[in-house]
Design a protein around this ligand. Structure first.
Ligand code: G6P
Length: 610
């Protein structure tokens, strides 16, 4: 989703801005642009890839020592060049913006009355005219103008601002959307995500809600929402500047599917050294928190929500603790009954999904103080704002459709389940040691499932010409069916729905005919016999079944029943293994259809707006 990079330096900043944008590309965008201050404001914008913007800047020989740049994922207004950022007011001031301004219509009407002419459909354009208006009423002081303007904005923003009258001054502000400052030697930077700045600096200051910063070559001055000068600590980022490379793979999604044994081994590394788990895996005061909690609420979006849904089965059955997994965008707006002793878990690959962050803040405002973030990005906003944390070690995930982040989240949630079970006296030492041994064996078992790729690929050939697919699962594999359907629709654009198999006869059975493939997850668990009856219901209506079955499920192929056999049932870790073939199925179906696997249409990797 939208990305911001800015720089003030004694060298030409255009290559820094373009490299920063390139590093944000994977998040999803549909246009890009930059402005440098060089005498006047030089603006270059293009729809499509950063590569087109790079060509345009070299054709126009764009250069300067101060600049701001942006990748835009369209919200207000189509992905056209005139809607691309930066937006400029009367050739004086330029702005890049992430977030959504909710009172843009009222501001637009007022600014029109003041004589401002709008050239885009974006909400962002009101910000630049508003700053311009204040700039001319604040003795051309850019900092004062930005402070006055942001005080009038409702909604979420991270902005970078430059003025042609201030060739060494970069002003930025944030509320609700992430923004950070990168500190260099006689040069400074801003970005919405640290990865954009890693080639130039690892020394970072994270801005807090309502902060406005005034950045020069040698100075960084930060003001809080009340206008008071504040000091914010700087951190050295743990992230490396190495960008994920494709290697021999065709797509990042394929690479990330195949990285799962390594990602799981790294995530579990510290946990599986001995025969007993330590609560400190989740933070230094986790033992104290775990001793107090009597319920769990899991908040997340998309694939992360599906991980939370699997965990709710584990937590209730193994740890005996009431658990509810809820979609973050629903939780943040509904009236809920807070339980101060509940552990509120936010799950997120990126740690900056706007709805998940807002849900965490909402939970805190309701008095929840036992918060835990399970996240793949160490310095993300979610991690910084949670009391406890567990970092999954999946490594950068570039493909929009999440794979290795999902299975590593599940591994982390299983560790949490065991720790809470132990805390509640439901896990004896021998059983704990057995579960830890299963976790040690997990990467190897995942590798065995990956070896089924050629078989799954043959199935995928039949999916490419389908319009719809149905996914079935039961119990803790129902969220795996949901995740399988989500993967298929995200990247192959085939309409897919998932149902708990027992629900089939209450509606979806009406859809079943020979043209509706029914993908089924069939582990050898206590629900297997029930599931087999559900499969009969499909066959009786002429539906064609594609079953991923444990070897000991004893489901064999027959007319209209295709079976791919996994190893024997893996107990509670089974959902992790059963999700792998569904990832491969959607990947190969998308390949057959020729879609843009890593950057599916209309979707973004990090959804930083509501
Ligand atoms: C987007 C991505 C999904 C992801 C979801 C939640 O929709 O395309 O792959 O599951 O956001 O993201 P998070 O980073 O919070 O896990």
């Amino acid at each position: 989703m939208c990305g911001i990079v800015g720089a003030v330096a004694q060298r030409n900043v255009v290559p820094i801005l373009l490299e920063g944008l390139r590093r944000l590309e994977y998040r999803g965008y549909d246009s890009a642009g930059l402005v440098v201050v060089n005498g006047g404001l030089q603006r270059v914008r293009s729809i499509g890839r950063v590569a087109s913007l790079t060509e345009a800047t070299s054709a126009q020989k764009t250069h300067g020592h101060l600049g701001i740049a942006h990748t835009r994922w369209a919200t207000h207004g189509a992905p056209t060049e005139h809607n691309a950022h930066p937006h400029v007011s009367r050739d004086d001031i330029a702005v890049v913006h992430n977030g959504i301004i909710e009172n843009h219509e009222a501001l637009r009407a007022r600014l029109r009355e003041l004589g401002y002419v709008f050239t885009s459909e974006t909400d962002t354009e009101v910000i630049v005219h508003l700053i311009h208006h204040h700039f001319h009423h604040a003795e051309h002081d850019l900092l004062a103008a930005v402070q006055l303007a942001v005080a009038e904005l409702h909604g979420a923003y991270a902005i970078g601002v430059v003025a042609q009258d201030a060739p060494h001054r970069l002003v930025c502000a944030r509320r609700g959307s992430p923004l950070l400052i990168g500190l260099g030697i006689e040069e400074n930077f801003i970005a919405s995500d640290v990865s954009a700045l890693l080639p130039v600096t690892q020394k970072i200051i994270y801005l807090e809600e309502g902060d406005v910063a005034d950045i020069g070559l040698l100075t960084v001055q930060i003001y809080d929402a009340s206008g008071a000068r504040v000091e914010r600590a700087s951190h050295v980022s743990e992230q490396s500047s190495e960008m994920a490379e494709l290697g021999n793979y065709r797509h990042f999604m394929q690479k990330e599917i195949h990285e799962q044994p390594r990602a799981l081994a790294d995530t579990l590394h510290d946990a599986v050294i001995g025969d007993s788990l330590l609560p400190e895996l989740f933070g230094f005061d986790a033992a104290e928190v775990f001793a107090h909690v009597n319920a769990v609420t899991i908040l997340a979006c998309g694939t992360s929500f599906h991980a939370g849904s699997v965990a709710s089965y584990w937590l209730e059955s193994l740890a005996g603790i009431p658990c509810r997994a809820e979609i973050a965008s629903e939780y943040r707006y509904r009236d809920s009954v807070p339980n101060p002793n509940a552990l509120v878990i936010t799950l997120s690959q990126s740690g900056e999904t706007a709805d998940t962050l807002a849900a965490l803040n909402h939970a805190k405002s309701l008095g929840h103080h036992y918060t835990l973030s399970i996240c793949n990005v160490p310095e993300s906003a979610l991690v910084r704002q949670s009391r406890l944390r567990f970092l999954t070690r999946a490594g950068p995930e570039i493909g929009v459709a999440s794979t290795k982040a999902f299975t590593t989240q599940l591994a982390a949630l299983f560790l949490l389940t065991l720790l809470l079970a132990k805390q509640r006296g439901r896990l004896d030492a021998a059983t704990e040691a057995r579960h830890i041994q299963s976790l040690r064996e997990l990467p190897g078992k995942v590798a065995q499932v990956l070896a089924l790729e050629a078989e799954v690929e043959r199935w995928a050939e039949r999916f490419a010409n389908k319009q719809h697919a149905l996914f079935l699962g039961r119990g803790m594999h129902y969220p795996i069916a949901l995740e399988g359907a989500l993967k298929l629709k995200e990247i192959s654009y085939i309409h897919a729905e998932a149902y708990p198999a027992g629900e089939l006869k209450h509606g979806p059975l009406a859809l079943v005919d020979k043209d509706m493939p029914v993908v089924t997850v069939a582990p050898n668990d206590t629900l297997l016999e029930k599931l087999k009856s559900n499969l009969q219901e499909v066959r009786a209506r002429g539906g064609e079944l594609y079953v991923f079955a444990d070897a000991d499920s004893h489901i064999s192929a027959s007319e209209g029943v295709h079976v791919i056999q996994l190893a024997e049932h893996a107990g509670p870790l089974s959902p992790i293994l059963h999700t792998i073939p569904l990832q491969m199925l959607s990947y190969h179906a998308a390949l057959q259809k020729g879609t843009d696997v890593d950057k599916p249409r209309n979707l973004a990797k990090s959804v930083t707006v509501e």
